[in-house]
Write a protein that binds this ligand. Structure first.
Ligand SMILES: Cc1cc2nc3c(=O)[nH]c(=O)nc-3n(C[C@H](O)[C@H](O)[C@H](O)COP(=O)(O)O)c2cc1C
Length: 214
């Protein structure tokens, strides 16, 4: 079956693409408005795209397709105003709270606190992180890209990473896989844990040729 994007409705495009390009990690983004009121919301159009500069990308849709009203999400408005935000990764202990943060509370309500999370200060940005998160990335707005009137990408430069102590081997500073289990978004209300992990090294060309000969 072929799906020609121009022949699909908006809902169908979202439904098919978001269900096929999986799994996606979830960024529980904490941000604040100009008067310091904090906000937290999950975003799964999210990933890391570079390490020098260290850049993460978030994809925002608006609440409505109507072009006459400003229906940008609070997180996007906050990032544009303040120029900084924090990405908090979500593990088992935070899954239900993450979902609570997606509820559309009235502006000014800190979803993270409504979800029972604790806010903690950051080192380089004047935005709070979620203390319970296994990993938090302090980000400065790097670039904003307008894809359309209702869709925007936010590129964030990661300035500092907070990692829960038990996730890193204290000697090697390597991540201990059994201790780090971030939640993945599939589609709609469907999620997954990582499941089985395995290793696969890349052969040199000589190794590859040797294997072809048997
Ligand atoms: C797991 C999950 C992932 C989501 N991913 C996105 C996303 O990538 N982009 C987006 O615009 N909304 C996404 N949403 C919806 C927002 O979290 C939701 O609209 C939220 O209320 C926005 O809050 P805000 O207005 O405080 O920023 C997601 C929701 C959930 C539950």
């Amino acid at each position: 079956m072929e799906l020609v994007l121009d022949e699909l409705s908006l809902q169908e495009k979202y439904k098919f693409l978001s269900a096929l390009v999986i799994p996606r990690p979830i960024a529980l983004v904490s941000s604040r408005d100009a008067s310091g009121r904090h906000n937290a919301a999950p975003f799964s159009f999210f990933n890391l795209f570079s390490e020098e500069p260290a850049v993460v990308v978030l994809g925002f849709s608006s609440r409505s397709e109507d072009e006459d009203t400003d229906s940008r999400k609070d997180t996007l408005k906050n990032i544009e105003r303040v120029g900084a935000f924090v990405i908090n990764m979500v593990d088992r202990g935070m899954a239900v709270g993450m979902n609570t943060c997606a509820t559309q509370f009235p502006p000014g309500v800190n979803e993270a606190e409504a979800a029972g999370f604790t806010m903690a200060p950051c080192r380089f940005v004047d935005v709070k992180r979620i203390a319970e998160a296994p990993v938090s990335l302090e980000c400065r707005l790097f670039q904003r890209i307008e894809l359309s009137y209702r869709r925007a990408l936010v590129l964030g430069e990661v300035l500092c990473v907070h990692v829960r102590d038990d996730i890193l081997d204290p000697k090697t500073k390597r991540v201990i896989p059994e201790k780090y289990d971030p939640l993945a978004r599939l589609y709609g209300t469907h999620y997954a844990w990582l499941g089985e992990r395995f290793q696969m090294a890349i052969d040199s060309h000589d190794e590859w040729k040797a294997k072809q000969k048997g």
